[in-house]
Design a protein. Structure first.
Length: 414
């Protein structure tokens, strides 16, 4: 007779939780498999197909026989394309030894934290935050220091809040702009003010997550901290990728640009983890970065129209409001006006999680609750889906809100 044993998991695994966005997407798939017509506003990827010239470059790479291992940090062609992109976009110059390529920007960020954090090191994470940042820090023995950035301040980290959060143990501050889930980004003057604080604390590095930088609705381009303050150049690890701008989420190519020493450490880790990114995906990514950019401009125009429709529809719903996102394809909706109300079944909407669950169960609309992003009282919707779906979803959300009873003074909306 044999007995089975369960392998004990390491503390780093026990410290973290599965991605809330991944869990929400899985729940939607399960409900759809049951035959329910769910309107899914949780999706974090473009609903466009990868551009044809990018797919053609991948096919050509296969035909050439470029199907072997590549250098750990990417092919010379891809690193040159990344360097060219950063030069054109921000006027930044990076040599090949300062560029790391990985299996998506998410992996590059994780490896940067793995390469630099020891037990007790702190990472400043402005909230609202992308759901993975705190758990990435915890998985690598660090301590996330969450700094609330209220809607009244544009969902952005201020110099005062940054200064107050820095300690002797601070190793990193993360700046995600345009941000997920808010779409907020910093102006040049705002980055200059943050840079002034950082210059006074030379032990603090900055991880800039710029994955949505080309999905932008305001005049000009999204500024980058490394370009605004050249004295921080070696302390900034700029991360980006091809997933969002070029509808290449499944190709899994991201990159980071920073100091040669940090890139070398990231490469060392990758050499023991995945050897290198996919050679085929790298060829496709190089074509995306150096080829025709009409696809990006066309997609942004579509996203802008969807954003405008969504924000107007949401703002027309009593109890809800939304600050228009300046970039990305998400909107963070303030739902504090419905907290404390009762559903037709008599249940109290006590939190954003309750409201998200109510929308799914009563109207078959899937959203992600704001607490997952460190922002209770909100929920996130994605407009990386058709205008028809967004319109129908907002109409259903409006009906759900209309069905709620007036606030109960005895209920605790916290």
């Amino acid at each position: 007779m044999t007995t089975s044993t369960t392998a004990a998991t390491a503390l780093r695994v026990q410290r973290i939780k599965p991605s809330p966005s991944t869990a929400a997407a899985q729940r939607v798939r399960e409900l759809k498999a049951q035959g329910l017509a769910i309107l899914d506003l949780t999706v974090g990827e473009p609903d466009f197909d990868t551009p044809e010239h990018v797919k053609a470059a991948a096919v050509e790479a296969i035909r050439r026989g470029d199907t072997k291992y590549t250098p750990v940090n990417g092919t010379p062609q891809l690193r040159a394309a990344i360097a060219q992109k950063l030069e054109q976009r921000h006027g930044l110059s990076y040599s090949a030894d300062r560029i790391a390529v990985g299996g998506g920007a998410k992996q590059v960020i994780f490896l940067a934290l793995m390469a630099t954090l020891d037990t007790g090191d702190e990472v400043i994470v402005p909230a609202p935050y992308w759901v993975s940042y705190p758990d990435m820090v915890l998985a690598n023995d660090g301590t996330p220091v969450v700094v609330p950035c209220p809607e009244a301040e544009g969902f952005k980290l201020t110099p005062r809040r940054l200064e107050s959060a820095i300690t002797d143990r601070t190793r990193w501050v993360i700046l995600n702009a345009p941000g997920n889930p808010t779409g907020a980004a910093y102006t040049v003057s705002e980055l200059r003010a943050l840079a002034d604080v950082l210059l006074a604390h030379p032990h603090v590095q900055v991880l800039t997550d710029e994955i949505y930088d080309e999905i932008w609705y305001e005049p000009g381009r999204v500024p980058s901290l490394a370009a605004v303050e050249p004295r921080l150049n070696d302390r900034v690890f700029l991360t980006n990728g091809v997933s969002k701008s070029y509808a290449m989420t499944g190709w899994r190519i991201g990159y980071g640009a920073g100091s040669a020493s940090l890139v070398a450490a990231v490469n060392t880790l990758q050499s023991q983890i995945s050897s290198c990114p996919s050679s085929i995906s790298q060829a496709a990514a190089a074509a995306a970065l150096t080829g025709d950019q009409d696809f990006v401009r066309d997609c942004v125009a579509v996203y802008r129209g969807r954003r405008d429709v969504t924000v107007k529809l949401v703002d027309d719903i009593p109890g809800l409001s939304c600050t228009p996102p300046s970039g990305g394809f998400y909107a963070l909706v303030n739902c504090t006006g419905v907290l404390g109300k009762r559903t037709p079944a008599g249940e109290v909407i006590g939190s954003d999680a309750d409201f998200a669950r109510y929308l799914l169960e009563s109207q078959q609309v899937a959203v992600i609750h704001g607490a997952a992003y460190g922002s209770p009282g909100y929920f996130r919707i994605s407009f990386a889906t058709s205008t028809d779906v967004l319109t129908e979803a907002c109409e259903r959300i409006g009906r759900a809100c209309a069905d709620l009873s007036p606030a109960d003074p005895s209920a605790d909306p916290s």
